[in-house]
Write a protein that binds this ligand. Structure first.
Ligand code: HAM
Length: 422
């Protein structure tokens, strides 16, 4: 048997249902913040990432030469594409731009829990506004996205940091400009690397591990006072902690950065983002100069977290159960009435019911059995009583009769309240 590639996934119906739940929940929240949906191509020039993303991502690019001899890469992230799009046509839009997108991304990652080679990211970017109010709006959106899945401050925390604080710290330690990124990348890996390794890499800069620890301990919130005040006014303080260990591995970040983790530290980061105030200007050679802030949230860790938190798992299960694949099963009790039954089926489908029936003649008892297996809420029985038909609430077995031509109207009152809109 030909096996699926490592790090890639098949999506069977139950998997797609969960994925749709995640997508539509996120869409609803992003729209509630006034964000508009955008998308870009799966394939970009490899240079876009070589020049703009940098860091670890470069070793993980799926890249190849296309038939036109161009070096191309499958997108590993959305931000360079967003910056390219804004650099090209951003001037035509009212600022600030509030854009979100949902799509697949590709990274040739080392095999590990929570990291795949094809994954979905939900991205949100707020462009053209440099104030802490924009940062607060974006962080509130991250937090509300997670709360919409039934996750609370007991379940996740947003670790907030400032890359500039590190830059200032390293400047005080007389680190020269062109070695700065190297040190930032070292801090980014500090939690995943042994202390000895970190100390050895710091030594040439005359910086000790203790210097770094002291700096992290200081947790100086001064640069965040406006941002924290805004989050407090929104009642979201309990979701945020200052943690200078976060610096982010991507090269384009310029100031505020953050990552979201589960409280128990069982999983990899759920989301990450920050300010990238210079990316659009470098992308457009200075023609379009707009500050920006954004985040990406992966479906893999989010899915793991939802499954691990009982309240969130139940919320998802309830939402999926409220959207059965089949709402009405039409039972054909008299095969001579099949043409009439087909007409009813089509009418109900026009009325936006999910309707199923047996394509071939089978016993009535068997048809009801299938209706139950499909978790249909209603059975419509077309039989020898035509032009009368019956419908049945399958859970309570209550049965009603009505003329076939008023059935669709009569069933309108039988609709379950829509608790979740896919
Ligand atoms: P990132 O931290 O590389 O940031 O990715 C954001 C999130 O995507 C991660 O926290 C994780 O949940 C998910 N993710 C990343 N790689 C994988 C993987 N191999 N498998 C599964 N999930 C993964 C960015 O990509 C930035 N472009 C985010 C951003 C948007 N910054 C500003 N705007």
């Amino acid at each position: 048997m030909m096996q699926i590639l490592p790090g890639f996934r098949d999506f069977y119906p139950a998997d797609v249902a969960k994925r749709n739940y995640i997508f539509s929940t996120f869409r609803r929240v992003a729209r509630s913040y006034g964000f508009l949906e955008v998308d870009g191509p799966f394939l970009e020039r490899a240079d876009l990432y070589r020049k703009k993303s940098g860091g670890e991502l470069m070793g993980q690019l799926y890249q190849f030469v296309d038939k036109g001899g161009r070096e191309v890469a499958m997108r590993p992230e959305m931000t360079p594409t967003i910056a390219r799009m804004v650099a090209e046509s951003g001037n035509g839009y009212r600022k600030p731009l509030k854009w979100f997108g949902i799509g697949s991304f590709f990274r040739h990652e080392r095999q590990q829990k929570g990291r795949l080679r094809e994954f979905v990211q939900l991205n949100c970017d707020l462009i053209g506004e440099a104030s802490p109010a924009a940062d607060a709006e974006l962080l509130a959106l991250v937090i509300d996205s997670l709360r919409a899945f039934g996750l609370t401050s007991q379940d996740f925390v947003l670790r907030l940091s400032d890359r500039n604080a590190w830059v200032r710290f390293f400047q005080q330690k007389a680190v020269v400009e062109n070695r700065m990124e190297e040190l930032l990348q070292l801090i980014d890996k500090i939690e995943r690397q042994s202390e000895q390794e970190t100390a050895e890499k710091l030594a040439p800069f005359d910086i000790t591990l203790q210097d770094i620890r002291d700096f992290i301990e200081r947790r100086d919130p001064a640069s965040f006072s406006d941002l924290l005040a805004e989050l407090s006014a929104r009642g979201l303080s309990e979701y945020v902690e200052i943690d200078l260990k976060i610096v982010r591995g991507l090269l384009y970040y310029t100031g505020m950065v953050f990552e979201v983790f589960d409280r128990q530290k069982r999983f990899r980061a759920v989301a990450g983002g920050g300010r990238y105030d210079r990316l659009i200007a470098t992308m457009s050679d200075g023609r379009v100069d707009l500050p920006a802030v954004g985040f990406g949230m992966g479906d893999v860790v989010l899915g793991e977290l939802i499954e691990a938190v009982p309240a969130a798992e139940k919320k998802m299960r309830d939402a999926l159960a409220a959207q059965p694949a089949c709402e009405i099963y039409v039972v054909i009790a008299d095969e001579t009435q099949r043409p009439q039954a087909l007409k009813i089926i089509q009418t109900l489908r026009q009325e936006r019911w999910n309707v199923d029936f047996s394509l071939t003649p089978i016993r009535v008892g068997k048809q009801f059995q299938i209706a139950e297996q499909l978790q249909a809420r209603l059975g419509v029985i077309v039989g020898s009583e035509w032009p009368q038909v019956k419908f049945k609430r399958l859970a309570t077995r209550e049965e009603f009769a009505c003329p076939h031509d008023v059935l669709a109207e009569r069933l309108k009152t039988e609709r379950a309240p829509l608790i979740f809109d896919f």
